[in-house]
Structure formats: structure tokens, C-alpha cells
Design a protein around this ligand. Sequence first.
Ligand SMILES: NC(=O)c1ccc[n+]([C@@H]2O[C@H](COP(=O)([O-])OP(=O)(O)OC[C@H]3O[C@@H](n4cnc5c(N)ncnc54)[C@H](O)[C@@H]3O)[C@@H](O)[C@H]2O)c1
Length: 391
Amino acid sequence: MAMRVAMIGGGMIAHDQLLPSLYQLQRLGRIGEIEVCARRRETLEALAEAPLLRRAFPGQSFRMRLEPYEEVIASLPAHSLVVMALPDQLHYDAVMCALRHDQHVLAVKPLVLKLEHARHIEEEARARGLLVGVEYHKRFDDRSLLARRRYREGLFGEFRLGTACLLEKWYYRHSNFQNWFTCDATDAFTYIGCHYVDLVAFITGLRPVEVSLYGIRDRFPNGVEGWLWTDARVIWSNGACLNVQNAIGFPDAAPGTNTQGLTMYCATAERGAWIRHDDQYRGIQYCYTRNPGGPGATLYAEPSTDYFQYVDAGGPGLVPVGYGYRSVAYIVERALELQGLAPEERREKLAAWDRAGVMATPANSSYNEAVIEAARQSLAEGGRPVPVAAA
Ligand SMILES: NC(=O)c1ccc[n+]([C@@H]2O[C@H](COP(=O)([O-])OP(=O)(O)OC[C@H]3O[C@@H](n4cnc5c(N)ncnc54)[C@H](O)[C@@H]3O)[C@@H](O)[C@H]2O)c1
């Protein structure tokens, strides 16, 4: 029988990337029934009726589940896939719940906020022979995979200094973020800075050893305070230094859905080297005759076909393309590969994937949790440098 998939959480990332990727995999016959669990009926209705999803996937739908997610997970056959798309601070309980019910997990990043929690997840998953794939989709951008291969061939020498940024648009402040993006729970670096820390580790194989995080508190429209602007300095195992700036504050009138990119200055003893990725501007410039609509849409636009877009490939509906889709498909395919295998065979495959390091797993990417934990401490102490625990 086809693998069942239950997505927990039906917010922005569910709409923009996860559900359309799952619908495409369902269309291809790779997965069976899709269920989506949220606390409010309106969340599920809005997702079910989202115009772009209906146009892209005519005749496809998901089963709405309004029960607590624990009940939804308990109702699945063992070795189904739980797609966890909840706010950052709820990840740990939800992932552990899925594992205790013998479910494979696709988790949005950051997996959890504490190294100890990542270790619990790793141990529980290993004991049961279950997959936990952390959806760091930037890894599936071909430019990341190419930089990783070239770096590991020694073409850049060693990473020395770098800068990265990812600033989301201002309109995010009006979204559900107002209800969970609170100072005590998360911050701009924890939410999106982790992508570039993960990428530098992914490309170079270096590990972060110290972090200092400076933040500015700002208010959401409902008056709630969040760390909406952050500046991080991450020191690496070879002494290299990466600066990462993050915010929910890029102007809505600017083109594209955000601004983002990575520059790495590298060297051998004799020569300098350089990697620069403009992750925002992918070479497309559009000026429309009218605003196409949707949050943050602009008359002048710089769309990216690299992350996630829908194309008309002859129908029915539209086909999602980009690394956002490939990343979800990759993790789903790994869960499918484990179907029907004995626990020992599953553990062998899982260990090989941990070692290959392409898919982020608790065993090969928990330096992200160690950085977040140290960064949160640094933030609370005005940016004091805090050592990153060895993951
Ligand atoms: N670039 C990325 O990889 C990326 C991008 C966006 C979001 N994310 C991550 O995805 C997660 C969700 O972000 P989002 O933008 O979708 O947020 P969101 O606020 O739009 O959605 C969160 C959803 O969780 C649901 N929810 C909350 N508590 C629940 C509960 N107890 N049971 C069931 N549902 C519950 C809410 O109803 C909502 O549908 C965050 O951890 C975020 O960091 C990752």
C-alpha cells in the first residue's frame, strides 16, 4: 500500500513549498493519502482552497484533521511519513511523538533549539531504525552542491572570511508569526540564519566553534516584541569567521521575495580564492502591466525559478520545479527506500546517509542546534561570544 503522509501545521511553509511538493509526489504515484493537521479549521480551509494549489493540482486534495497532532500521528500505520511544519519551539515534542509511534519524519529547519534535544531525537530514531530528514532545502540548490564538490576537490583552498544575509519581507510581520516569533522563543538568526551556517558547514566540512549574536527588539503589529533584526559572528574550527545578518524587515516594495546571499573568501598559502552566490537575484527581471497579487508581490519583480515555481508542462495543472521541490522529494524517496526492510537493513542505510551528509539528519547536522543554543545565550547577554558545544 502507498505510504501515507501526515503534515502537522498548515501555515506559510506548508502552502509555499511542502504541500505542493507532496501533491506532486502523489500525482507521480510515489505517496498515498495526504492528511494535514492544524488547530484551526480556517487554517485548513484556506490551505485547501488556496487558488494556486487548486490550479496546479486539479482533483487533488488532503484530509483535514483538527484533532491534536498526537491523535493524528497515533492513527497512522507504522512507517508512514510525518511532515512536521510547526513553529520552531514545538518541533521537539512533535518529532519525538512521531518517532515513538514508529513514523519516519521530514522536519522543517531548525530541527530543534537545543543540542540535547537533537541527541534525544538521534537516539530514538537510531534505536527504531527511523528516518529523520531535516529539510535544509538550500543544500539541494545545485550551486550549493557544486560549491561543495569544488571546495572538497581543494579548488578554493580554505575558507577564511565570509558574509551571508537573509532578510525576509516586512509583510511577514502581519502573519501568524506575531503569535509565535516572540523574544523568549526565537529570533531572526535562529529562524533563518541557520540556513547559511548549515551551508558553510555543508560546503566546507568545517564546524562552528564560537558564536556571538547581537539583536534588536522590534514590535509586531499586535504589540508583541521579537528579535526581528540580528547580526551573528560565527567562528569556525579552522579560525575562519562568518558574519550572518538576518531580519524580518526587507521592504515589501523591493523585488523578489527576500534578499539573500553568501560570499566566502578562501585561500591557500599562495593564493586567494572566492565563492559568491547571489541567492536572491537569479538573472530574471520582469516588469508587469499590473501587480500579479499575493503577499509582497511587486510590479517590478526578480523571480527565482531556482527555489520554487510552478510551470505549465502540458498539464494537467502545473508542475512545481526548483530545489524546494527536490529537497522534499529527496527525503520522501529515502523514506520510501526503507519500506519493507528489516530494522538492521534500515539502520545500515540510515548510517550510510548520515555519512554521505547530503541530507541533513540529527547525526550529521546537530552543529546547527549547538550554534542556535550558544547564539540564544549570546543574544541574552548582549552579544557576548559563547563557545559552541561539540556536536
Ligand atoms: N526556509 C525554510 O526552510 C523555512 C521557511 C519558512 C518556515 N520554516 C519553518 O517552518 C516552521 C513553520 O513556519 P511557517 O512559516 O509555516 O509558520 P506559520 O506560523 O505560518 O505556520 C505554523 C502552523 O502551525 C500550526 N500549529 C501551531 N501549533 C499547532 C499545534 N499544536 N497542532 C497543529 N498545528 C499547529 C499553525 O496553525 C500554523 O498552521 C517554522 O519552524 C519555520 O522556522 C522554514
